[in-house]
Design a protein around this ligand. Structure first.
Ligand code: ADP
Length: 289
């Protein structure tokens, strides 16, 4: 029997309303992630990536759809259950490093803070912080002010802080957005190592294909929907949403010259989608008769 997905999002809709404008940030997004996977969500600015991360972290609620994370029904959960979920089930790495770190605290104090706030005894919280600082190779810097460190070092401290309560899920919004590529590669390798050591599930958001390639799986988001998935075997999987719609990647559409109409024919073991033309339409109709 296959394991249930760790993250199961189906038909998520999120609409932002201002006085006279409605923005459909998510328009029926579907995604499943297995426990222990590192998935990169990639897509242009405004595609809905951050909106989805905010739903996953239970900071925001969808207008429609279902979302289960580690067996928790995030949509139906009460405010109290959602606060508990945020505290114990998810670590968040924000895009701006400074949002992850409290000024005036040393690296060790920053990393220990989530556990201290969760009511863990100081001795245990600091022991756990030391272990995490070791895991991100920053133990020697634990008494320094992280805001005076390099971008890459700050990000290591931020990662340790996000894991302060040992959550099973880590969400990261552009985790390498503020560092050079050499530092980015080290951070991505670190995330992969932490994923294995702490059996983490990681969802990261990026617009950089190089960053996405470091993940086990890449999921493209366009116009508030998952539009394609690319696994390590480089086979593109198109997501079919609950209404039966699928979004075919633009480069494929161009390659086969698919315009606004297509013919769909059931063939042995699959469905053949071809550009519409009178001739194709006739032969498809004959096949079916
Ligand atoms: P991405 O992270 O892929 O760049 P976002 O999820 O930030 O995309 O945004 C998706 C769409 O929703 C954009 O059009 C954005 O302007 C809009 N949006 C996001 N958050 C809000 C908000 N709080 N209020 C109004 N519109 C928003």
């Amino acid at each position: 029997m296959s394991q249930p997905a760790y993250i199961a999002a189906a038909n998520l809709v999120r609409i932002f309303r201002s006085e006279d404008v409605e923005t459909f940030a998510l328009q029926g997004l579907d995604l499943t992630v297995q426990q222990g996977e590192m998935v990169a969500l990639i897509g242009p600015s405004g595609a809905g990536k951050s909106t989805f991360l905010n739903l996953l972290s239970a900071l925001d609620r969808p207008d429609a759809g279902t979302l289960y994370v580690g067996g928790v029904d995030i949509v139906a959960a009460s405010d109290r259950q959602r606060a508990e979920y945020r505290r114990s089930q998810v670590g968040f790495l924000w895009q701006q490093t400074t949002r992850n770190l409290i000024p005036g605290l040393t690296a060790r104090e920053n990393v220990a803070l989530p556990a201290l706030l969760a009511g863990i005894r100081p001795n245990d919280a600091y022991a756990s912080a030391d272990e995490l600082l070791m895991a991100v190779e920053m133990a020697d810097h634990r008494h320094r002010d992280p805001l005076r460190m390099s971008g890459g070092q700050q990000q290591r401290i931020a990662i340790a802080t996000a894991l302060g309560c040992k959550p099973p899920l880590l969400l990261a919004d552009e985790p390498t957005g503020e560092v050079d590529w050499a530092s980015a590669e080290r951070i991505l390798a670190l995330l992969q190592r932490l994923r294995r050591e702490y059996a983490l599930t990681i969802v990261l958001v990026t617009h950089d294909t190089r960053v996405a390639e470091a993940a086990d799986r890449t999921v493209a988001i366009r116009d508030g929907r998952t539009s394609s998935e690319r696994g390590t075997d480089d086979v593109e999987t198109v997501v079919v949403d609950a209404a039966g719609r699928l979004q075919i990647p633009g480069d494929l559409l161009q390659r086969v010259g698919l315009g606004s109409r297509a013919t769909v024919t059931a063939v042995d073991g699959g469905i053949l989608v071809r550009p519409w033309s009178p001739a194709v339409h006739r032969s498809a109709a004959e096949d079916q008769s």
